[in-house]
Design a protein around this ligand. Structure first.
Ligand code: G3P
Length: 215
């Protein structure tokens, strides 16, 4: 499973790259706004830090506006993927962009049929939001499983990006259901590497060594 980093913060991205954990990056308008600064300059820097796909989301809500914005975003770098919200206008934009060879990631997916429509329109990636479903008391991960099943039934080649990840369990479940990609906030990435028994083990090894050899 590929790990994308769900952030627009370049320090977090640099850290994930240095761990070998950044196969790509996803941003959204909230994450970009959190960073302040000039969005194009931030995206340019992010695309230079990672070789893999970097999702940048449009702000327009109408088809024509999305298409214009997407063309501009795609010119920032070869590894830009344009994030389009899952609406009827969004589907129409995805169709045009896919014919132009601009890669898209359809975001804010909350049902398997939305994912089916996105892929039929020509999306390269679909982003089901598992955490936001869990927040409502509706389990998010079965959605990922169902999308995976539908894509397999009909041999769609779009990749599933499990988004809105809040916990290490989300990452584990995404891997167990065979999702192509999990997009992970930096705070969750740090938790994945941690186990108290690892720390306890290191402490014990160091104490034993120092007893014999000193510091
Ligand atoms: O990038 C989209 C997604 O991962 C947002 O997550 O935590 O705002 O639901 P969250």
């Amino acid at each position: 499973m590929k790990f994308f980093i769900d952030t627009a913060n370049v320090d977090e991205i640099r850290d994930a790259v240095s761990m070998g954990m950044a196969d790509g990056v996803t941003t959204n308008p909230s994450l970009m706004a959190r960073e302040g600064g000039e969005p194009v300059a931030i995206l340019k820097e992010i695309t230079s830090l990672v070789a893999g796909p970097v999702s940048a989301e449009v702000i327009s809500l109408d088809t024509e506006g999305m298409i214009q914005e997407a063309r501009g975003l795609a010119m920032i770098a070869d590894n830009i993927v344009v994030k389009i919200p899952m609406t009827v206008d969004g589907l129409k934009a995805v169709r045009v962009l896919s014919m132009e060879g601009i890669r898209t990631n359809v975001t804010l997916i909350f049902s398997p049929l939305q994912a089916l429509m996105a892929v039929k329109a020509g999306a390269n990636y679909v982003s089901p939001f598992v955490g936001r479903l869990d927040d409502l008391g509706q389990e998010g991960m079965p959605l990922v499983e169902q999308i995976g099943q539908i894509f397999m039934n009909y041999e769609f080649h779009a990749e599933i990006i499990v988004a809105s990840i809040r916990t290490p369990m989300h990452v584990l479940d995404a891997a167990l259901v065979g999702a192509h990609i999990a997009t992970i906030p930096h705070s969750v990435l740090a938790k994945l590497a941690y186990h108290p028994m690892t720390d306890k083990g290191i402490e014990g090894f160091m104490a034993d060594w120092q007893r014999v050899h000193g510091n």
